[in-house]
Design a protein around this ligand. Structure first.
Ligand code: SIN
Ligand code: FE2
Length: 225
């Protein structure tokens, strides 16, 4: 058993990577510390993605700028503007295809999905979200994807966040779960359309990311792979 002190960070004492998966609902699992070992590689790859496709604050159909900075990699990227939400194969900011999905991204997503019982997850879209203190993501469903049989895999890096995780019914009150650096949430099957969001990020200082939280959300956005 590895001493817990190796996993200390300013945010407290995250569970060691061998912690038992935590069931959130039927089809939804929280894998605490799952991506700790490859976190530095994921952050280095994310920096390359951001260098090629800069973070930006999408405008919602209602006309407001989202508080998290966003970009994408993979064949398809999630975009929003006055005309709505959709997936696009080119970055509207640069006109170029989104950067390719880094190998370490696809690998961690597939391994986490497998651990949660979803074999052969081959994501074609990764949304990169960057939160500063105060940034949030209001409760929503991910339902712009063509393939709802594939799960969603979400990797948290940097400052901890409060993840709101509900059910497919909007009126059900969501659970509040703390997501720390290296934690991975997977939801699919009966939980695929669960409402979820991020509460306003609390300020803090993370040893690797300072005052930022970065989240990688993997999805199968086009048809089955
Ligand atoms: C998302 O729902 O797209 C991202 C959630 C998160 O930042 O953890
Ligand atoms: Fe989402």
């Amino acid at each position: 058993m590895t001493p817990r002190s190796l996993f200390d960070d300013a945010a407290g004492l995250p569970a060691p990577p061998d912690a038992a998966p935590e069931s959130l609902a039927d089809g939804a699992l929280l894998l605490r510390g799952f991506a700790c070992a490859e976190a530095d590689a994921l952050l280095a790859a994310a920096a390359q993605v951001i260098a090629a496709a800069p973070l930006r604050h999408f405008i919602t159909p209602g006309g407001r700028a989202m508080s998290a900075g966003m970009t994408n990699c993979g064949a398809l990227g999630w975009v929003s503007d006055r005309s709505g939400y959709r997936y696009a194969s080119a970055d509207p900011l640069t006109g170029r295809p989104w950067p390719a999905m880094p190998g370490c991204f696809a690998d961690v997503a597939a391994r986490a999905a497998r651990q949660a019982g979803f074999a052969d997850f081959l994501p074609d879209a990764c949304l990169v979200n960057r939160y500063a203190p105060g940034a949030r993501l209001s409760l929503h469903q991910d339902r712009d994807e063509a393939d709802l049989a594939a799960p969603i895999v979400s990797v948290s890096l940097g400052l901890p966040a409060v993840f709101l995780f509900g059910t497919p019914r909007r009126t059900d009150r969501p659970a509040r779960l703390r997501l720390a650096h290296g934690d991975v949430a997977v939801w699919g099957g009966p939980s695929r359309l669960a409402y979820h969001g991020i509460a306003p990020l609390a300020d803090g200082a993370h040893p690797r990311l300072g005052r930022w939280r970065i989240n990688l959300t993997f999805r199968r956005a086009g048809g089955p792979g």
